[in-house]
Design a protein around this ligand. Structure first.
Ligand SMILES: [Mn+2]
Length: 305
């Protein structure tokens, strides 16, 4: 388990999984915030592969209101999965710039394909205000970004769960959710039924972020040899990061998210990452993308001293 010194930036300007437009501008906002330079300062060699092409919603039709734009989301996710797998097999660290959190459908599929071919076991740390554990049967909105983790775990429509022809991409025991504070009623049932390791904001209030992330890393490292971090910027409190797809009060503070990421960096065990749901339309200036790129830098080794 190691963190490569070479990074591929992969832009995924997808907003079809979200209820409103704006997160398609996330990759551009992160680039303008200087994410490449912030990683180069840390000593990484960074190559920006540009954006994956996604059809705009005005050219598309919703055929199933429970799975909005599923055809285009599945097509783009497969392309992302192939790119992530290629980057990993060439020794690069893929950093996927969302886009809505559906970016994880493709990135985790790519991580899983790489691990399968190389005899590794993938694990995921899902940092989010939401669990993204809906399926077409439980979703109140039909927005696929709220299904991304369920899809990686093999629950949902086959066009999404079976990228590369198989499911699941990860197992519940090799996953951990942190920062959770907004769940749909049926989603709560699913989380309990599948016994997912969920660390809510209440857990963080009680035990502290340091204790919880150490516990997660310690547990994952005993049975996983590729850790993928899927970072939804809405995990951070909206007072700190207002420019996100779905703001929810009561989130991680500025220092809590940095400490969480600094601890992941110290572990040296993260091999791939998503940063999702930056919405510059709702932002003040570009502060949320700047914050998000600093948080990514913390996860890659940026330290105060
Ligand atoms: Mn999310």
């Amino acid at each position: 388990m190691e963190c490569s010194r070479q990074i591929h930036l992969i832009g995924y300007p997808m907003d079809l999984g979200a209820g409103r437009k704006g997160v398609d501008l996330g990759p551009a906002a992160l680039r303008i915030a200087g994410i490449q330079n912030k990683l180069e300062i840390l000593g990484y060699s960074v190559t920006d592969l540009g954006d994956i092409c996604i059809y705009p919603r005005q050219d598309l039709t919703i055929f199933d209101p429970r799975l909005k734009y599923v055809e285009e989301i599945a097509r783009a996710a497969q392309i992302l999965a192939d790119q992530v797998e290629t980057s990993l097999s060439r020794g690069y660290f893929p950093l996927c710039l969302g886009g809505d959190h559906g970016v994880a459908i493709g990135s985790i599929a790519g991580v899983s394909a790489f691990c399968k071919k190389n005899g590794r076991t993938p694990g995921v740390i899902w940092i989010d205000a939401h669990a993204d554990m809906n399926t077409e049967y439980t979703t109140p909105s039909g927005n696929i970004h709220g299904m991304a983790l369920a899809i990686a775990l093999g629950f949902g429509d086959q066009r999404l769960t079976h990228l590369n022809g198989y499911a699941p991409k990860i197992t519940p025991g090799n996953s951990a959710l942190v920062g959770i504070r907004k769940l749909d009623t049926l989603e709560k049932e699913t989380l309990k039924r599948w016994r997912l390791p969920v660390y809510t904001m209440t857990d963080i209030d009680r035990k502290g972020v340091d204790f919880i992330i150490r516990k997660i890393l310690k547990s994952l490292r005993t049975h996983v040899d590729h850790i993928h971090v899927s970072f939804d910027v809405d995990s951070v409190d909206p007072q700190v990061a207002p420019g996100v797809g779905t703001p929810v009060p009561g989130g991680l503070t500025y220092r809590e998210i940095h400490l969480l990421m600094e601890t992941i960096a110290e572990c040296g065990c993260m091999s791939s990452m998503d940063v999702a749901e930056v919405n510059p339309i709702l932002d003040m200036g570009n502060t949320s993308a700047e914050l998000a790129s600093d948080i990514v830098a913390s996860s890659m080794g940026m330290r105060i001293l």
